[in-house]
Design a protein around this ligand. Structure first.
Ligand SMILES: Nc1ncnc2c1ncn2[C@@H]1O[C@H](COP(=O)(O)OP(=O)(O)OP(=O)(O)O)[C@@H](O)[C@H]1O
Length: 446
C-alpha cells in the first residue's frame, strides 16, 4: 500500500490552496461573451447554442497542495477546455484562475509565461516529445528554456530520468522507445521543470492497460515522494477512482459533483453520477476502513469463556476477536469451543484463542480481502501500526460491500458462515454456568 501525500482535510488554510478556480466559463464562438453573460444569468447550454459552444460553464473549485485532483467526464464534457484554461493555453470567457495565488486569467503574455515557467507544467496524451532530441535533452528542455546552464540541467534531468525508471535510455531518441516509455519521458520533462503544479490531460489514455496501470501506480508513488499538486484529466472512471484524492465529475460543461472517490461511489449527487459509477470496480476504491465495524465483536481475553459467550450472544456472531493488553489482537474464538469451555466450567479464554486471524491496515484495498476471508474463516482484524484493534470485518460485511464486483472476482467462493449455535442452548448454558458460579462463590465464601 502506498502512502499518499495530500488528501482531504477541511481544516487547511488558504495557503494550502495550489489552484483556485472561480466561476470559470469558456464559450467558443464569435458571440462568446454574450453567451457567457446569458449563461451567468441562468440560460442553459442549449439556450445559447446559437451564440457559441459552451464548453465549460461556471466551474468553481480549489485544489489543495499535494493533492491529486481528477476531472472526469465523457468525451465532450469540457475537461480539456477546463485544464487548458488552468495554464492559460486558452483564455477564459468569464471567471478567474489562480495558481499559487497568481492570476492566470486576464494577464498579459509575459506574466503568463512567467507563471507557466515557475508554477505549472503539462503532460499531454500524445507525449509531444521533440523527435530529434535524445531522451535526456527532451527531459532537460524546460530548464533550457529557463536558461539553466547545460551541465546543471543535464544533471537534474538525469536524476528525474532515474526516478521515472528510464536509466540507461538517456541517449536514445523517442522513436526508439515504447509508448509507455515515451510517456515516462513526458512525465520526466514535466517533473524536471520543477513546478509545483502538474496538469495531465488524458496522460495515460494512449497506453495499453497493463502499462497504464503501472504508470498510474508510479504516478501515485512519485506524487507521494515529491508532493506535487496534480490535476489529472481522464474519461476513465477506474483511473479517476484509483488516482484521485478528490474527483470532479463533469457533464455538458458543468461540474456536477466534487468528492472523494468513496463519496462519489457511495453517495452520488444525482442519477447521472450514479449511472456513471455503477460499473466501477468497488474493490479498488473501498478500503478496509470503509467497511469495518466498530470493534464491538471483540472482547478482552480477561472476560473468560462466559463473558465471550455472552458477547457472542449479544452480537449474534459465531466468532469473536479477542484482545490483550492495550487492545492488541490476540486472535479469535469460535462459539462451539467457547460453549464447550463454559459447559465444562473452564475459566480461561486464552487456550481457546486461535491466533491465526488476518490483520490488515485501514487502507488495505477491499480487493485483497476476500481471499483472506476464504483462507481463514475468521473475521478480519483491522489494526493500526501497533497491532491495536481498530475495527472488525465480519465476512458478511465483505459480501455486502462487494455488491458489484466484476465477474472475474465474483467467482471466488466465500465460505458460508457456519450455522449459529441454537440460541436456546447458549442461553441454557449461560444460565447453568451462572448457577454453578453462584453456588461455588457461596461455598467459597463459607
Ligand atoms: N477550439 C474549439 N472550438 C470550438 N469548439 C470547441 C473547441 N474545443 C472544444 N470545443 C467544444 O467544446 C466542448 C468540450 O470539448 P472538450 O474537448 O473540452 O471536452 P473533453 O471532455 O475534453 O472531451 P474529449 O475527451 O473528447 O477531449 C465540445 O463540445 C467541443 O466540441
Amino acid at each position: 500500500m502506498i502512502a499518499r501525500a495530500g488528501g482531504a482535510d477541511e481544516t487547511r488554510g488558504a495557503d494550502d490552496i495550489a489552484v483556485r478556480v472561480e466561476h470559470l466559463t469558456k464559450v467558443f464562438g464569435r458571440r462568446a461573451l454574450e453567451a457567457a453573460d446569458r449563461l451567468a444569468a441562468g440560460a442553459s447550454r442549449e439556450d445559447v447554442a446559437k451564440l457559441g459552444t459552451a464548453a465549460v460553464i461556471d466551474a468553481s473549485f480549489e485544489v489543495r497542495r499535494g493533492e491529486i485532483f481528477v476531472v472526469m467526464g465523457l468525451s465532450g464534457s469540457g475537461k480539456s477546455t477546463l485544464i487548458r484554461m488552468l495554464n492559460g493555453l486558452l483564455d477564459a470567457t468569464h471567471g478567474t484562475v489562480e495558481i499559487d495565488g497568481e492570476r492566470v486569467t486576464g494577464v498579459d503574455a509575459k506574466r503568463l509565461r512567467a507563471v507557466r515557467r515557475s508554477q505549472v507544467s503539462m503532460v499531454f496524451q500524445h507525449f509531444a516529445l521533440l523527435p530529434h532530441r535524445t531522451v535526456l535533452d527532451n527531459v532537460a528542455y524546460g530548464l533550457e528554456i529557463q536558461g539553466v546552464d547545460r551541465e546543471r540541467r543535464l544533471e537534474l534531468a538525469r536524476d528525474v530520468v532515474r526516478r521515472v525508471g528510464l536509466s540507461g535510455w538517456e541517449e536514445r531518441l523517442p522513436s526508439e522507445l515504447s509508448g509507455g516509455m515515451q510517456q515516462r519521458v513526458g512525465i520526466a520533462r514535466a517533473l524536471c521543470a520543477d513546478t509545483p503544479v502538474l496538469l495531465m490531460d488524458e496522460a495515460f489514455s494512449a497506453l495499453d492497460p497493463l502499462i497504464r496501470r503501472e504508470m498510474q501506480e508510479q504516478l501515485v508513488e512519485l506524487q507521494a515522494e515529491l508532493g506535487k499538486t496534480i490535476v489529472f484529466i481522464t474519461h476513465d472512471l477506474n483511473e479517476a477512482m484509483f488516482l484521485g484524492d478528490r474527483i470532479a465529475v463533469m457533464r455538458d460543461g458543468r461540474i456536477v459533483q466534487i468528492g472523494s472517490p468513496e463519496e462519489i461511489l457511495t453517495d452520488p449527487a444525482n442519477d447521472y453520477v450514479a449511472q456513471f459509477v455503477q460499473d466501477v470496480d468497488r474493490t479498488r476504491v473501498l478500503t478496509a476502513a470503509s467497511v469495518m465495524e466498530p470493534p464491538a465483536a471483540s472482547v478482552p481475553v480477561t472476560v473468560g469463556p462466559r463473558g465471550a459467550l455472552r458477547a457472542m450472544r449479544d452480537v449474534q456472531s459465531s466468532t469473536l476477536l479477542v484482545t490483550g493488553p492495550g487492545r492488541t489482537v490476540l486472535g479469535a474464538v469460535r462459539d462451539r469451543d467457547v460453549l464447550r469451555a463454559v459447559q465444562r466450567g473452564h475459566r480461561e479464554l486464552r487456550p481457546l484463542v486461535d491466533a491465526d486471524v488476518h490483520r490488515v491496515s485501514p487502507d488495505t484495498s477491499l480487493a485483497e480481502l476476500p481471499e483472506l476471508a476464504v483462507t481463514s474463516g475468521l473475521p478480519i482484524a483491522v489494526v493500526d501500526g501497533g497491532d491495536r484493534l481498530l475495527g472488525v470485518i465480519p465476512r458478511v460485511m465483505l459480501l455486502a460491500a462487494l455488491g458489484n464486483v466484476p465477474t472475474e472476482t465474483s467467482e471466488m467462493a466465500i465460505v458460508d458462515l457456519p450455522p449459529a449455535l441454537d440460541p436456546a442452548l447458549v442461553a441454557q448454558t449461560l444460565d447453568d454456568a451462572t448457577a454453578r458460579f453462584d453456588s461455588q462463590e457461596v461455598s467459597d465464601a463459607r
